[in-house]
Design a protein around this ligand. Sequence first.
Ligand code: GUN
Ligand code: ZN
Length: 430
Amino acid sequence: MRAVRGEILHFTSDPAVGGTEALRHFADGLLIVREGLVAEAGPADALLAKLPADARVEDRRGRMIVPGFIDTHIHFAQTDIIASPGGQLLEWLERYTWPVEQAFADPAHAATVAEFFCDELLRNGTTSAAVFPTVHRASVDALFEAALRRRMRIISGKVLMDRNCPEFLCEGCEGGYVASKELIERWHGRGRLLYAVTPRFAATSTPQQMRLAGRLFAEHPGVYLQSHLAENRAEVAWIHELYPEARSYLDVYERFGQLGPRSVFAHCVWLDDADRARMAATGAAISFCPTSNLFLGSGLFDLAKADAAGLRVGIGTDVGAGTSFSMLQTLGEAYKVLQLNGQSLSPERAFYLATLGGARSLYLDDRIGSFAPGCEGDFVVLDPAATPLLARRSAACTTLAERLFVLMMLGDDRAVAETWVMGEPAWRRP
Ligand code: GUN
Ligand code: ZN
C-alpha cells in the first residue's frame, strides 16, 4: 500500500459539460494506492483515520497531485529532430523526418532512443502515450521493451508506408500486413501495452495498403488505429488528387474501414462539419497538437466545433514537429491557439483534456486519467513553486483555477517534481 498526502485534483467528467461538479479537489488530500491501483482519493483527515497506525504516509503538502498525463500523439523516432527549422509539413517530412527515421532499422539505435524517450516522458509527467515508431519492426520492439520495463501504458504499432516515401522506408503492402499481425501477437495486451495499426497518413499508403490496414483493425478487436488527418492545406489538396473519389480526407479513412472506437487521428485542423459528424458517429477521436500546428504553420484547431459535434478530443505533443515533451507547455500553447481562433480554454478543461479527456479519447477511462477507485495508480506531483517566477506568481493566486492556469502557462518539466507509475516512484526531480 502507498499513501501520498498533498493537494489532490482529478476529474469525473468534462468540466465544459459538468462545470465544477466535474472536479474532485481536496486541498489537503490523501491518495491511497493498493497493489498498483487507486484504492481511494479524498480528504486527508478522514482517510488518515482509516489507515493502519503503522502505515507510512508520503508527505507532499504544498504540491499538487494529478493523474499521470496522457499524450495522445507523439513520434518517438523524431526525438532527435525536435526543433529543426524551416518548411511546412510536406517539406519538413522530406527534409528531416525521412532521414532520421531511416536509422531505426538498427535495433541498437532504436533501443537507445526508446530508453531516452520513455525517460523523457516520465520526466515530464507523462505516464501514457499513443506513439508512432517507424516502419521498422526493431523500432516497435525497442519502444515496447523500454515501456514494459517502466510499466508505462503505451499504445503503438509499426508504421505502414508503401508509396510517396524514400525506398528505404517503403515496403510491399503484404509485408506490412504480415509484420503487423506478428507484432500484434507479440505485444498487444502484454503488461500495459496496446497495439495500434499505424498507416502513417493516406498519402504514404496505396489504396491496397489502406484496405489491409482497415482489415487489421477489424480482425483484431481491442487493437487501436492511429494516423494523421487534415493537418495542412497542401496535404489536404494532395489527398484529393490521390483519392479523387473520396468526399473528403476523412472519407478516405472511412472508406477503408479505419474509423471507429479506438481510432485516433492527429491534428484534424481542416475538417468540415460533415467530417466531424462522421467522426463522432463512428466513435473516432482527435488528438489536438497545438505546438506542432504552430511550429509547422498548419492552422488553428477548432475546439468549439469539435465540442459541438460531440467529439472525443485528447492532447498530443506530436514531438518532433511538436516543440515540447511537456504536457503543461502544450496546454499553454493550446490556450494560445484557441485565443487566435476566438475561443477560450479554461484551466480546468485544459487539465481535464490532459488526463481524463485523453483517457476517454482512447477508451481507457476505466483504467487511466483519474483517481476513480480501481484506476491504475499513475500520478504526477506538481511543484507550483518550481522556479522563482512560478513561486512568486503562484503565491499571488487566490483560486484553484488561477493556480492551474499559472502552471500551464509557466510550467514545464521543471514543475514535475515526481512521476509515479502503478503506485511506485518512476521519476524524481534531483
Ligand atoms: N503526417 C504524416 N507524417 C507526419 C509526421 O511525422 N508528423 C506530422 N506532424 N505530420 C505527419
Ligand atoms: Zn504526428
